[in-house]
Structure formats: C-alpha cells, structure tokens
Write a protein that binds this ligand. Structure first.
Ligand code: G1P
Ligand code: ZN
Length: 542
C-alpha cells in the first residue's frame, strides 16, 4: 500500500527560529509540505512502531496538512499517531502530549503569532521526544536533506475523520483522535492551586482573557470559565478561526489593542491577558499597568514558590539574551544560576532536561517552565492568578513592590518590519564591522563600555551558536541589542532592544518612552537605522 512518489527539492526549506514558516501560497506548491515532512522523517532514526503527535493552531491549511502528515507517518512506519480533534493542539499542549504518552516526537502546524489565511502564513515545526523544538543539529540535517530529496512516501487512504474522538487504523498504524484540552487542563490542575484561584474569582476579582480567535480559545473557556468559575464572557474571541478573524494573533499593544483599551479604561477588570496563534505566548496587563514580559519573568520567578507545583523552589532561571536583566537580580537573590541563551525556545530544552533551570523566558511574550518544553501562554496566566490569589494585592502593587526590592529595568523592543533584506543585511554587517571602534565613544551622556556579537556555548552538549545578536553595553549598565528576526516570511525585520537599569534607590516611575529616549537616539547614531531602512519610526514597539 505504501507508495514512493518522485519529487524534486525546493531550495528554501531552512527552518528558522521556530520551524519552517512560509506564506500559505508557498506551502501550496505541489510537494512542498510533503518534501519537508519527508525530510524530517528521513533524518530521524528508530521511530518504527513509535508514536507521533500531530496538531496545529487551526490556521488555514491546518486540516489538509494534518491529513497529509497522517498518510506519510503511516507510510514511513510510525505505529501510532495521536492527533488533537479538529487537528487542534496548542503548542504547549502538543509538548505535553508528546511527554505524557512517551511519543517519539511531534509535528506542530503553526506560524505562531503571524497572521493566517490564504494570503498569510503557515508553518511546520518538528518537536523531539522531550516535547521541545528540535535542536539545531536536527534542523540543519532536515535542511540538508530537503536540498537533495527525490521521493516521499505516502499511502492511498481516505481522509481520517478528525472530528470524532477515538481510534481508527490506517494500514498498520493506529490513529487516535484525542481531546486537545483534557490532558493540558489536568496538568494545570496539578501545578496550580485551583481552589485558591476559584475563591479569588468568587470574591469578585475580575479578569478578561483575549484568545485572539486563535487556539487558546477552547483551553481558556474550559480552564478559566468552567474549572475556575470565571463568568461566561471572561474569554473573548474564543473560537479559533482559520484566518484569526483577519487579525494578527500577536498579543501586544498594537494587535491586542481592545484588551489594552479595556484594561486602561473606566471600570477596568483586575487582570487582563492574551495569548497568540498557537498558545505559547502571553500578555499580562493589570488595571492601568502593562507588565513587560521581561518583568513578568522576574516576578514569576520571585513568587513561583506560592504555586503548589513549584513549592520546592527553583534550580535556576534561563532567559534569552535580548530579554532584560530583571530576572538576573531575582536569580542572584535566590542564589540560583542564571542562563543567558540565544533567541528561540529550542535553547532552553537542554537546560530544562538537565534540571539546570526551572523557569525560562523571552522578552517576546514567552514564559514557561519545566512542565513542558515549550513556552506556555495559559500557564503564565495561571501562575499570575495563583500568585494574585495568595498575595491578594493588585498587579500594580506587586510590580511596585518588585521594583522597590530589585530595581527596575526599563525596557522596550523596536521592530522595523518588512525592511528590504539587502538593506537590513548591510546595516548588520556595517554594525558588526565597526564594533571594536565603538568602545569608549560617547552617545549623549553614555559611554560604550563593551561590544560583542553574542555567542553561546550550551553547557549541556557543548554546541556553539555564533552571531546571535550585536550587543552594545554602556558604562551606565544600559544596553542596546540589534538582531534580525528569524521567523519572518517576507523581507527582513530589524529588532532593536533597549534597556536601562535604575537601582532600588533610583527613579522607578518614569514613563518608559521617556526613560529610553536617549538610548533610541544612540541606537540610530550607532546603526544608521534611518539611513539604511529609510524609516523614521519603528513599525511596532513592544
Ligand atoms: C521571535 C522572538 C523569539 C521567539 C520566536 C518564536 O523570533 O523574538 O523570542 O522565540 O519569535 O516565537 P525572531 O523573529 O526574533 O527570530
Ligand atoms: Zn506562538
């Protein structure tokens, strides 16, 4: 029944920061998704008879590619496929299912926070048996394979009914259509004090969760409304749509503007949150206060012991390099190590597996722990709720207390999206070329103390990742980081990360924009942003 179909390679199947992401039209080319999936299977060893997990964020093409992957998994010799009903699994839920059922790995179909629909984005990511994104040695091998692939394997069978729970056979392989929410919700109940959160909510605490028409809708309805007793209507935009209702499912001030308006408006709820397309990012807003993801990581790390699942304390904290140093101060106070990794969740996998870190985070609205091997949007929301339920203080009070104790890292990221690729490359290479001569130069009142191009040696497997972002470190402790996005699907995105630290005795209530004004100017003087990109302003500030 297995058929080997001849194919010719595509030259653009290099996985980026988080799997292969392209326009839907690119994925619709005959053989495109099949070549990539076969390239993944071709570089893996020892999966005969094993389990593969399949699911995605429900975006346009999700169902078609799930059916394709089921046929190819059967043809390649997997013994069992676990697939979320409707083809749905949030990224953290997929990670959990892989771990819980001892799967060999999983394919997650998503382009995260990128928009969906026929003219927008799609993506495929392979996760390994620890539930985390495949490390670079695997993704590099997949890319190499994709350049020479000449056949893919499939079976001729009708589509599997993805909307009926239960088992069916495809050849020698079993397909189990599973409830995408159940295992995940059970895990959350183990980690957090649902009783305490329930009584917080019953006492009149009001929250609002924006699922952005993306995958967390069903998870949030079940956990926040059904299990924790929040009133119906707490979860908005809770039905996943193939085009996310025409929006970018990206939880930030621009794309979650409605939530911001609600949280800064009259009669705002106590707590607001949102998640992205595939459910791994989180946005936290208190009444009249936005919590930056870098600060959120620090506060969660400092208070994590209040949740039953973490009562034993932390072994370490990990953050990506561009994430602010707020968590570093918490690590120091807790006397645990702080790991600084390149951008992308895949770098946390080894640290979590080795038990070196308990909580990890990125400035890009990603936070997670050793409970899975992905960042996890609803998990961060529930940890916040657990902390609020125990401390019984407002988000603003918790932040003020945190800054008074540890100092405050004023922080912003400026993104220049859709820049012409050559211009972005020129900017980065001129910047890299001039790094040494910057040391000692003054910009405004700040003097450059050191510069480098971030390099990381994984403490577990010794692998080295180079050129992970240019860092300009000032004598004042301020910092600017420049890097190009590795997740875009058209042109280039320049990311400029700005950070200024004020100690506990410093000014802790500046407006963030004002606090960072000088650094914004320095960034342009150093990298020639206007000159190279022709842009006066960033596209998005987060
Ligand atoms: C972006 C974020 C990064 C995150 C990744 C996947 O990658 O910056 O922190 O891990 O998306 O969600 P980038 O586009 O910067 O390469
Ligand atoms: Zn995501």
């Amino acid at each position: 029944m297995t058929r080997s179909i001849a194919t010719t390679p595509f030259d653009d199947q290099k996985p980026g920061t988080s799997g292969l992401r392209k326009k839907v039209r690119v994925f619709q080319q005959p053989g495109y998704a099949k070549n990539f999936i076969q390239s993944v299977f071709d570089v893996l060893d020892g999966f005969a008879g094993q389990t593969l997990v399949l699911g995605g964020d429900g975006r346009f093409l999700n169902r078609e590619v799930i059916q394709t992957a089921i046929r190819m998994a059967a043809a390649n010799g997997f013994g069992r496929v676990l697939v979320g009903s409707g083809g749905i699994l949030s990224t953290p839920a997929a990670s959990n299912v892989i771990r819980k059922y001892g799967a060999f790995g999983g394919l997650i179909l998503s382009a995260s926070h990128n928009p969906g629909g026929p003219d927008e984005d799609f993506g495929i990511k392979y996760n390994i048996s620890n539930g985390g994104p495949a490390p670079e040695k695997v993704t590099d091998a997949v890319y190499a394979r994709s350049k020479v692939i000449d056949r893919y394997l499939t079976v001729d069978v009708p589509d599997v009914d993805l909307d009926r729970l239960g088992s069916t056979q495809v050849g020698d392989m079993t397909i189990e259509v599973i409830d995408p929410v159940e295992d995940y919700a059970a895990l959350m109940e183990e980690l957090f004090d649902f009783g305490a959160i329930r009584s917080l909510i019953a006492g009149g605490f009001r929250l609002s969760f924006d699922a952005m028409h993306a995958v967390t809708g069903p998870y949030a309805h079940e956990i926040l409304e059904r299990r924790l007793g929040a009133p119906e209507g707490t979860v908005v935009n809770g039905t996943p749509l193939p085009d996310f209702g025409g929006h970018h499912p990206d939880p930030n001030a621009v794309h979650a503007a409605e939530l911001f308006a609600r949280m800064f408006g009259a009669d705002a709820p106590d707590f607001g949150a949102a998640s992205d397309g595939d459910g791994d990012r989180n946005l936290i807003v208190g009444r009249n206060i936005f919590v930056t993801p870098s600060d959120s990581l620090a506060v969660l790390a400092a208070n994590m012991g209040l949740a039953p699942g973490y009562a034993g304390g932390l072994t370490g904290i990990a953050r990506s390099m561009p994430t602010s140093g707020a968590a570093d101060r918490v690590a120091r106070a807790l006397n645990v190590p702080l790991f600084e990794t390149p951008t992308g969740w895949k770098f946390f996998g080894n640290l979590l597996d080795a038990g070196l870190a308990t909580i990890c985070g990125e400035e890009s609205a990603g936070t997670g722990s050793n409970h899975v091997r992905e960042k996890d949007g609803l998990w961060a929301v529930l940890l916040w709720l657990n902390i609020l339920a125990v401390r019984r203080e407002s988000v603003a009070a918790i932040m003020a207390d945190h800054w008074a104790r540890y100092g405050r890292n004023y922080y912003a990221r400026h993104d220049y999206e859709g820049v012409e690729s050559d211009a972005a490359d020129r900017l980065m290479s001129e910047l890299r070329g001039g790094l040494d001569s910057l040391v000692g130069q003054s910009f405004g009142s700040s003097i450059v103390a050191a510069t480098d191009d971030f390099e990381y040696t994984d403490p577990v497997d010794g692998s080295v990742s180079r050129a992970q972002g240019v860092r300009i470190l000032f004598e004042t402790g301020s910092r600017i980081v420049f890097r190009l996005s590795g997740t875009g699907t058209s042109g280039a995105t320049l990311r400029v990360y700005l950070e200024r630290f004020e100690g506990p005795q410093g000014v802790l209530d500046y407006d963030v924009g004002t606090a960072l004004e000088d650094l914004v100017e320095a960034a342009d003087a150093i990298a020639g942003i206007r000159h190279h990109t022709g842009r006066e302003q960033p596209t998005v500030i987060t």
